[in-house]
Design a protein around this ligand. Sequence first.
Ligand code: NDP
Length: 451
Amino acid sequence: METQAKQYVENFMAQIVAKNPNEPEFHQAVREVAESLAPYIVADPALQKLKVLERIAEPERVIIFRVPWLNDRGEIEINRGFRVQMNSALGPYKGGIRFHASVNLSIMKFLAFEQTFKNSLTTLPMGGGKGGSDFNPKGRSDNEVMKFCQSFITELYRHIGQDTDVPAGDIGVGGREVGFMFGQYKRLRDEFTGTFTGKGLGWGGSLLRPEATGYGLCYFAQEMLATRGETFEGKTVLVSGSGNVAQHAAEKATQLGAKVVTLSDSSGYIYDPEGIDAEKLAYVKLLKNVYRGRIKEYVDKYPSAQYFAGERPWGIKCDIALPCATQNELNGEEAKVLVANGCWCVAEGANMPSTPEAIEVFLANKLLYAPGKASNAGGVATSGLEMSQNSMRIKWSAEEVDAKLHSIMQNIHGVCLKYGTEEDGYVNYVKGANIGGFMKVAEAMMAQGCV
Ligand code: NDP
């Protein structure tokens, strides 16, 4: 069976690579899932005959469009917009919008593919999608960001809707950008509906949506730690990134008694051996979210910290690592350093931050290791809760949303245990999340026929 499964993966991947050339991130994400699922697929003639994984790896629809707009100097700029509508077996397409210079079709497709499994794990009725543009909002005025968002939506609006496709934020897209996109969508459609999530609190947003990915990550990590009789109390934690997910992961880990000692951005990282407490984190939020500054400015304010330009934080000694910046930000060599320094738990806030080589190191050393599609699902889960509140025209309290988020993360952890526990008792969360996420989508696709 093992040889048969390996052969299945190689044949399947050869087709994926031939059909989707020059898309390395997409190949990486699909291979990881195929490797987890292969033993099940080769043992199940129905899954093979109905080509379920083959269909899941082919987007239902990909929209690529021109986004022309005028900058503050009156010059025309042209970006490329994307929306990958990956899978609608479980509900309307759902997934964020990313604005970053690196955005391309491969990155959009890997994110939309991962999103399909993640959304399934939440148990909420959401299909998978992702979108974005190679627009870089850094250094742009509010006016330029608004002009860009309006042009982006002037094309995208015809493809989305509360029952069709519901976008949200991601890298480079926070409350400001969602506001501009929602405003243009509302104007073009002449309707006020829950087509976006991550909206402002006064106009349809859910309490705790901004916090949800980082908080959910820590709730998931709490469950993982509990399998070894441990908690966050007194642990040293590395966080990468300094955006939405990183800020709230650092906040919750600190509230749970841990000492967070690093944050980063694409220029370097800061190391504060005294810990980034609530007061320092309030400064980071102001610096990043209001002044749109760089993390290196932290050391001007807090001289206890050091800044390391052009480096990533994985060389610092820790118990727990929470990568919360971007894909492939933690490689095999860095994973070995983490393990050698005593790190025994890695939970991903970002999507696919660990390379396949890094994952191999974590699994070989039996670390508690959670892939993003399980551990960062709290963001989209709370988006799902925002959709429910919009449809019912009600607003839940922060306590109600937090309780639901907590229970969804516990439930996802339970699914990972169910499908990922190996004979020796080690929990392979990669396997658990991939199989658990796949099962629901596969059952729905088989029931819905050849569509
Ligand atoms: P933000 O834009 O708020 O923050 C992104 C952070 O990552 C910034 O500190 C940014 O630094 C850093 N970063 C981005 N690109 C790179 C790079 N190439 N190398 C190093 N650092 C980089 O985004 P989010 O916090 O929302 O998203 C972070 C991750 O979490 C992404 O992988 C996203 O897909 C994932 N995620 C987000 C969810 C959400 O609800 N927002 C939900 C689930 C997953 P710089 O400013 O220098 O670019």
